[in-house]
Design a binder for this molecule. Structure first.
Ligand code: ADP
Ligand code: ADP
Ligand code: ZN
Length: 222
């Protein structure tokens, strides 16, 4: 390995509103890793009006999942880019067992896969999503104290799919399609559940501690 640090491959698992994006952003910054958010990639494609974006728009606005084939292709291409050799923080992928199985193959030989499952009660999720704002220009999720985007100054807006009816639909789909991933991963030494219903800074500290613990568990297993 030429003394290079081992890759740090992390996935953020959890329902809509659990704080995956918020924590992924912090982790990516402090550890110098690319943040790969499939929701962001899709929203950028919608805004840019690409073929993929046009095909995805209605599905996303209804709160349904994009097909596994499309999502697996997007993530495979992204992980093959040079900057992901040091690892990555994945936010919003995998969301189905088929995606998780494909990810295992992609990561095979690239170091351990650390799985952080953020746990937040449903009533809190609904409340958070009702007030979530994103930048209309760059798509960043607004921090609590922003009146305009802290990155580019753009106006803040609600996400179409954060309206209450769509949120209920997304939570149902989460339970049906994505929650089974907790069982898929939970027997691995690199799995950690995190109480996401705490102040963001406390969650960040626990994310950090979980990564340290999971990394040494992975080392011990080798
Ligand atoms: P996800 O990516 O899992 O859907 P986000 O990171 O976008 O979740 O967070 C959803 C909303 O909740 C955002 O408005 C965000 O600012 C807010 N939020 C994130 N983490 C916390 C937290 N620990 N406590 C309170 N609100 C939070
Ligand atoms: P949230 O932050 O609320 O968890 P995301 O921003 O991750 O939501 O995703 C928004 C939408 O993008 C999803 O409702 C879905 O339509 C689509 N999407 C994102 N990631 C995936 C994925 N891995 N598989 C299928 N659809 C996805
Ligand atoms: Zn912005």
């Amino acid at each position: 390995m030429n003394g290079a640090r081992p890759a740090l491959n992390v996935i953020m698992l959890g329902p809509p509103g659990a704080g995956k994006g918020t924590q992924a952003e912090r982790l990516a910054r402090t550890r110098g890793l690319p943040k790969i958010s499939t929701g962001d990639i899709l929203r950028e494609a919608v805004q840019a009006g690409t073929e993929m974006g046009l095909a995805a728009k209605a599905t996303m606005e209804a709160g349904n999942l994009i097909s596994d084939d499309v999502m697996i292709g997007i993530v495979r291409d992204r992980l093959n880019r040079e900057d992901a050799r040091v690892g990555f923080v994945l936010d919003g992928f995998p969301r189905t067992v088929a995606q998780a199985a494909a990810l295992d193959e992609m990561v095979n030989g690239r170091g351990p896969l650390i799985v952080l499952a953020m746990v937040v009660p449903e009533d809190i999720l609904v409340r958070r999503l009702a007030t979530r704002r994103i930048c209309s220009k760059c798509g960043a999720t607004a921090a609590v104290d922003w009146n305009v985007c802290g990155k580019c100054g753009g106006a803040l807006i609600a996400r179409v799919d954060d309206s209450i009816d769509i949120v209920r639909e997304r939570l149902k789909i989460y339970l049906r399609q994505t929650d089974p991933l907790v069982n898929f991963y939970s027997t691995r030494g690199t799995f950690r559940a995190i109480d996401g219903n705490q102040r963001p800074d406390i969650v960040t500290a626990q994310v950090d501690a979980a990564i340290t613990a999971a990394t040494s568990a992975a080392g011990a297993a080798q």
